[in-house]
Design a protein around this ligand. Structure first.
Ligand code: KG4
Ligand code: ZN
Length: 364
């Protein structure tokens, strides 16, 4: 980090872009080394479970209700005083606008009252840089980000320099897991339930499509696969536990093969862009990265290309505010702060130069 500032920075981070209300304090040293002083995450899973997915309006209200408590706890655990903050960093997008606005307004009020800098953080950048915080891995590396809201393949070239190789043209992968779980009555969030049932199922029973496999670019699509699962489930009339396990196993196998193919393609692109790398690293992050079966497939693809696979601990893969504070501290170290009239952005691509994915829907 050549441009790192001379001094240590203490940054409070706030995350409220989806269904986690989170606050954390991170200290970034002059050498670029970061320490997490506190990391508080309040999951709203229980509030959304009955609906089988995140309800934006409910999420915004819950952020408003819980953010003050979460912030107080993060400051107390960091044994910090509001006046010691060098900056408050907040997720400004992309995400659900009601939640983003709640976090932004809170952060602006803190910046004003504590007389510290205000920093608007791109949530995807916070995820993209989190391996620096958790694993001490410095760019460049290839990142597969798979969560309930994102499915992206990103070349993290350097801090502030990202190339988006692939994105989903319809559903995010976690969303597909959640919808499959909902169809089978497995509860929310669906990923862990699908993985558990899949472990005892027959992955060869249903011939589901392998979306996008073999295509020259490395985008994703999960909506056709989801429809195929729905059709199979409906055809069974009253599926037994065995049927459900076989559907889950066949779905997960289709996902694994599709992911492996897309990642393999992205690795080729990454090697074209970085031909002389001493260390080739693939990082997988996001809630879906918790899936052991998928990780096993990714491990194989990585090894085939001479890459090592890194998966940060699940708590750092999923949404948290430590990654937001860290990304904010790195911006501060480069002298980048934001004015208090900065708006929240429901959409905020990490790589604005990326070509739109053909046929991409609203989430592309
Ligand atoms: O990163 P995350 O906690 O929150 C955001 O979406 O931002 O990701 C949650 C998603 C959910 O869709 C959940 O079903 C999925 O990650 N997930 C999994 C597993 N654990 C969580 N998907 C597949 N297998 C899992 N073991
Ligand atoms: Zn996220």
């Amino acid at each position: 980090m050549s441009e790192a500032s001379e001094k240590t920075a203490i940054v409070l981070g706030i995350e409220s872009s989806c269904d986690e209300t989170a606050a954390a304090v991170v200290r970034l040293g002059p050498d670029g080394g970061a320490a997490i002083l506190s990391d508080v995450v309040l999951s709203q899973v229980a509030e959304h479970a009955a609906f089988g997915g995140v309800v934006p309006e409910l999420a915004a209200r819950a952020h408003l209700r819980w953010l003050p408590d979460v912030l107080r706890r993060a400051m107390r655990e960091a044994a910090g005083d509001w006046t010691e903050l060098d900056a408050v960093a907040v997720t400004a997008g992309p995400g659900l606008i009601g939640g983003l606005i709640t976090g932004m307004m809170t952060a602006k009020a803190i910046a004003l009252a504590s007389r510290c800098a205000f920093i608007a953080v791109n949530h995807l950048e916070a995820h993209a840089l989190s391996p620096m915080l958790t694993e001490g891995i410095a760019p460049p590396y290839l990142l597969l980000l798979v969560s309930g809201g994102h499915t992206q393949l990103i070349s993290v070239d350097d801090i502030g320099r990202y190339r988006r190789y692939g994105t989903t043209i319809d559903d995010a992968l976690g969303e597909a897991f959640d919808k499959v779980a909902k169809m089978l009555g497995l509860g929310y969030p669906g990923g862990p339930a699908v993985e558990k049932l899949a472990a005892n199922g027959d992955a060869a029973r249903f011939a589901f499509p392998r979306p996008m496999k073999g295509r020259a670019e490395c985008h994703f699509s999960f909506s056709g696969l989801k429809t195929a699962v729905r059709t199979a489930a409906l055809a069974l009339d009253d599926p037994t536990q065995r049927d459900k396990a076989d559907i889950c196993a066949s779905f997960q196998q289709a996902v694994a093969e599709s992911l492996a193919d897309r990642v393999s393609r992205a690795i080729d692109m990454f090697l074209d862009d970085h031909p002389d790398l001493a260390e080739r690293r693939l990082v997988v992050a996001g809630g879906v990265a918790a899936n052991r079966a998928l990780r096993g497939h990714l491990q194989q693809v990585a090894a085939q290309h001479g890459f090592t696979l890194h998966a940060p601990p699940p708590a750092m893969c999923t949404d948290n505010a430590a990654m937001v504070a860290h990304a904010g501290a790195l911006k501060l170290a480069r002298g980048e702060t934001d004015p208090l009239n900065t708006p929240a952005r429901a959409r905020w691509p990490l790589d604005p130069a990326a070509e739109p994915a053909i046929f991409a829907g609203v989430k592309g």
